[in-house]
Design a protein around this ligand. Structure first.
Ligand SMILES: [Mn+2]
Length: 260
């Protein structure tokens, strides 16, 4: 039986220049790498070339995280909405050029004026996801959507909202299960109980339940023993990506031990 593949997101290095991040890739202790297409690491044709060469030399497999800073695919402001969708679509092209096996993107979020237009942003969020999915299909890029915390105004923050989404769209879009996000609302177990078959990728970090702290695995109160038993039970054999920004190599080692 094949096991989950423990990888790492380069999010922890986002404060460093792109070239320093690439250097980390050469001595990181896993071959499953998630690149963040945002901030100082935003991709360009030249950077994609560098990453592809590095992948070849060091036998790396990439997934890509779409831009998320100030991106809101449910924005009620047309110009901002268009800019948001454009950034995600650019990232689809980057994923294709990079040969990434998956592009992860975020759902939209409510805003300070949402209360005056009940339901409008949910509708826009669905329309945007459909558009993004269609573009990804055109490019032959595999995409999946991440659960974000309702606490930070995001839509698609609970298993109920994901189920509603599947009922309304019928899209075969997979879920990127972010444990840190779900933990803020006590939703890790409900997500696995209700939607295990939809989970295609996992983001792992830890927190104390108050904030998305991106701590090392074990530095918080996420029940990783339960997780490991559950992943075995559902025969999960896809990636579990460490998204901690502290104690990164320790987290990779710990997860590998837990999931072995
Ligand atoms: Mn995440």
């Amino acid at each position: 039986m094949s096991k989950p593949k423990v990888g790492v997101s380069m999010l922890y290095s986002l404060g460093e220049p792109f070239n320093r991040m690439v250097k980390h890739l050469k001595n990181i202790d896993t071959s499953y790498i998630e690149i963040v297409d945002d901030g100082a690491h935003e991709l360009t044709p030249k950077r994609i070339k560098t990453l592809k060469e590095t992948a070849k030399s060091y036998n790396l497999t990439y997934s890509l995280h779409a831009p998320f800073a100030d991106v809101n695919i449910a924005s009620p402001i047309k110009s901002l909405l268009n800019a948001s969708i454009k950034r995600v679509k650019q990232s689809i092209e980057h994923a294709n050029d990079l040969g990434a096996n998956l592009l992860v993107f975020h759902p939209g979020a409510l805003t300070g004026i949402s209360q005056f237009y009940p339901g409008a942003q949910w509708k826009q969020n669905i329309a945007s996801i459909q558009e993004i999915y269609a573009t990804a299909e055109d490019h032959g890029v595999n995409v999946a959507i991440e659960n974000l915390p309702g606490k930070y105004w995001f839509l698609m923050n609970s298993p109920e909202q994901f189920s509603k989404f599947y009922r309304e769209t019928n899209l075969p879009l997979g879920i990127v299960m972010d444990l840190g996000h779900a933990h803020l609302e006590g939703l890790i177990k409900p997500f696995f109980n209700q939607l295990a078959d939809k989970i295609v990728h996992i983001h792992a970090s830890d927190n104390d339940g108050t904030d998305d702290q991106h701590n090392g695995v074990g530095d918080g109160n996420i029940d990783y023993t339960w997780l490991s038993e559950t992943l075995k039970k559902i025969r999960y054999d896809k990636s579990v990506i460490v998204e901690s920004t502290k104690k990164v190599s320790e987290s990779i080692a710990k997860l590998r031990q837990l999931l072995d």
